[in-house]
Design a protein around this ligand. Structure first.
Ligand SMILES: N[C@@H](Cc1ccccc1)C(=O)N[C@@H](Cc1ccccc1)C(=O)O
Length: 714
């Protein structure tokens, strides 16, 4: 306990706010820039730098996010029991900054690229370094998170309760301003090319800028050092709390017979041994933690905007005319809306509700916030139903689908046993996929002589039967059976030319062969076809999420690529991404009511020495919500996505009803008042005495324990 204990000192003010708040909100802005900026490019780093597959990349990403919201409890214990919030923020920010720098260094491919081919030679080195970086970051970001909000709250004097509430809103605005800027900037930095020996995607810059911001965040926080109100930790409070709860349970169990009179609260069974003040504080914390039990359900829905809703956006069109929005950029709508909704709520809606004489208490706001999140999921379900109407009819796991492409010189009559007859003109295809509930088929062509060939289709797959210029070698090619990722387009080429062809960015294709799919972004794309000295160029404009097979005829060079035909394997997305705006609006309104209020509530209802602990408890509800998302994603998958959205909405409505009942029975408290009252009852005025009691009890207890150990040893 080396930090000087200070009673709330008179702090310098500006417009009724402590000036020290300025340093805290700037620090939070930089820290959130650093955190969200790094998170924005993390999956891509796993996928394209470390070359992990999609599943591994997303699992490690979610594990990292969950860890970031589990470590707050560690930070809170360190702050409230040992170092105090100020020192905890400084030390853990140093750990955090080291983590960000380590992460940035791990992305420099040149470090291990001895053969200078642009890819690292020693992946183990990069993986080990980046995992070390991520662990340090999770420890830092999670550890300081509950302390910064609580430390900000500590700066306010008793007469500044109105400003204290505004502080939490401004704090939230800074979080979102930082996250908005970084989620826009870091992907652009990543797209730059850099390197010493070879030019590659610039991950060092994309991770380096967040590292610099974290260092700035630390410097800004230290700069305000002289102005802060710093409260001392009051001994190992968490240990005292655990011992006190343990004793109450044990004591209750010992006196379980009905001959003992009941006590008002089960914690009162600790009265014999523990300080009344400590028991009163524990009762306050437990009351709030009990109220937190239903809250993870809100986060379960909230956090799906980064996963399910982004996937939903990949099946939609992001063409806004003046600009193109990529599916993952849709997420920036959240911080943009926060920046507009928080002031509107604070300045307009809440005062208006108050003027109408309605009591919109924090717990009521949180319940309404949950209902808004549920409505957001109903909106997502409605959008999904619209999307489903436009999606191709993909085969079920027992079905197989087949399409036929004819690059033979004349129209062909194709019979697929037992009774499917298709007439397909030269350089054309069957209108749509034919669905079979069996795998084995026989295909006959009306050539002279008739060509017949047997095939076995893939169960649950989509395939195309390619009939080349020599139909005797007709073959099956596997097609995409879901929308291409990230709203891209899957394209491939069938070479009907008589010799090998080179196409931009693709390997050379032999005559009659078909390339594998390549993914191309939305917009106009140019391709150059080459054979020896001959070449021609063709352009196509792509939308979002389509799939095409381009058929190259033998006349391709004589008509300057004009005769290339296009077979649409999958239609482009036609439902517009703007339809997601209502669901983003509803979830963000829910967030403002739930999350900003919850932050204030956790601070206001916590006893002075357990403010960080309750902030950590609040953040843990988010970690549990994330874990529920992971479990749900792994286990129960409903066949229809819209049904899953409605299920989540109904669950949250049910949970919000339970929460509103719990909230009805909750009585708001003023922890300072209760503490003062208990002290008065005990005849203990100064706070010092309260501390002495705890310390003496701890010594007493430790001595007893030691004796106990000695006795048993004897
Ligand atoms: N609205 C979010 C920030 C965000 C930015 C870009 C994409 C998605 C989200 C926000 O304000 N987050 C806060 C509060 C929070 C939310 C969820 C879990 C813990 C805390 C934050 O502190 O990051």
């Amino acid at each position: 306990m080396d930090e000087t204990t200070k009673k709330k000192k008179k702090t310098a003010e500006c417009c009724g706010y402590p000036i020290s708040i300025f340093f805290i909100v700037v620090n939070e802005f930089c820290e959130r820039f650093s955190y969200y900026g790094m998170r924005a490019v993390l999956v891509l780093y796993f996928r394209y730098f470390l070359l992990w597959d999609d599943d591994l990349a997303t699992s490690i990403y979610h594990a990292f996010v969950a860890l970031c919201y589990l470590t707050p409890i560690l930070g809170a214990i360190i702050a409230d029991s040992w170092l105090g919030k100020f020192k905890t923020i400084i030390y853990l920010s140093i750990v955090y900054a080291i983590g960000q720098v380590t992460m940035a260094i791990s992305t420099i491919h040149d470090i291990t690229d001895a053969n200078r081919d642009g890819t690292p030679d020693n992946f183990t080195f990069h993986i080990a370094l980046s995992m070390l970086g991520l662990i340090l970051i999770a420890l830092g970001t999670g550890g300081i998170k509950p302390c910064v909000a609580a430390f900000g709250g500590d700066q306010f004097q008793e007469h500044q309760s109105r400003q204290l509430n505004t502080f939490f809103s401004v704090f939230y605005l800074c979080i979102n301003a930082g996250s908005l800027l970084s989620t826009l900037i870091t992907p652009v930095l990543r797209a730059q090319e850099c390197g010493i020996h070879t030019q590659q995607q610039c991950y060092p810059l994309a991770f380096g800028v967040p590292a610099v911001l974290m260092v700035i965040s630390l410097v800004v926080f230290i700069a305000g050092s002289g102005m802060y109100v710093k409260t001392d930790p009051e001994g190992n409070i968490m240990w005292s709390v655990c011992k006190c709860i343990g004793f109450a349970i044990k004591n209750r169990f010992r006196h379980r017979s009905s001959s003992y009179p009941k006590r008002e609260h089960w914690m009162d069974w600790a009265n014999e041994k523990y300080d009344k003040l400590l028991i009163a504080q524990i009762k306050m914390v437990l009351k709030v933690l009990f109220l937190y039990i239903p809250l993870p359900m809100f986060w379960t829905l909230f956090d799906q905007k980064g996963s399910r809703w982004t996937l939903q956006a990949t099946t939609m069109s992001g063409d806004f005319g003046a600009f193109i929005l990529q599916p993952d950029q849709m997420q920036t709508v959240n911080p943009i809306l926060i920046l507009t909704l928080v002031p509107i709520m604070d300045r307009l809606i809440f005062p208006l509700i108050q003027k109408c004489g309605l009591n919109f208490s924090p717990l009521k706001r949180m319940t309404v916030g949950m209902l808004f999140a549920a409505m957001a999921f109903v909106s997502a379900a409605l959008v999904q139903i619209e999307i489903d109407k436009t999606l191709p009819n993909f085969p079920s796991s027992s079905e197989s689908q087949l399409k036929v492409v004819n690059t033979y010189s004349t129209t062909l009559n194709v019979t697929i046993s037992p009774n499917e007859h298709l007439l397909i003109e030269s350089f054309g295809s069957s209108a749509d996929y034919v669905t079979f509930d069996h795998q084995d088929i026989t295909v006959s062509l009306n050539t002279n002589p008739v060509i017949t060939k047997a095939f076995s289709l893939i169960k649950g797959g989509r395939q195309t039967l390619i009939i080349p210029s020599d139909p005797t070698v007709m073959y099956l090619k596997e097609d995409v059976k879901s929308k291409p990722r990230e709203g891209k387009n899957a394209i491939r080429f069938v070479n009907g030319y008589t010799a090998d062809l080179n196409i931009t960015n693709l390997d050379s294709i032999e005559p009659s062969a078909t390339t594998n799919y390549t993914l191309v972004n939305q917009g106009k794309r140019d391709f150059v076809l080459r054979h020896g000295e001959q070449w021609c160029e063709f352009s196509r404009k792509f939308g979002f999420g389509a799939s095409y097979t381009f058929l190259i005829p033998s006349t391709v060079f004589s008509d300057d690529c004009e005769s290339i035909t296009e077979v649409e394997d999958m239609k482009p997305n036609s439902v517009h991404m703007a339809l997601q705006i209502p669901q983003y609006f509803l979830i963000t309104t829910g967030e403002v009511m739930f999350s900003v209020t919850g932050l204030q509530f956790s601070y206001s209802q916590a006893p002075k020495n357990m403010k960080s602990v309750l902030q950590a408890g609040w953040l843990c509800t988010n970690a549990v919500g994330n874990i529920i998302v992971l479990i749900v994603a792994e286990l129960g998958k409903l066949p229809k996505q819209w049904a899953e959205y409605l299920l989540f909405a109904s669950l949250l409505v049910a949970v919000s009803i339970i929460f509103s009942i719990m909230a009805y029975f909750y009585t708001y408290i003023d922890p300072a008042e209760i503490e003062a009252q208990v002290r008065k009852e005990q005849g203990l005025e100064p706070e010092e005495m309260e501390k002495e009691t705890i310390e003496m009890e701890e010594k007493d207890e430790d001595q007893k324990n030691e004796q106990g150990v000695k006795q048993t040893k004897i």
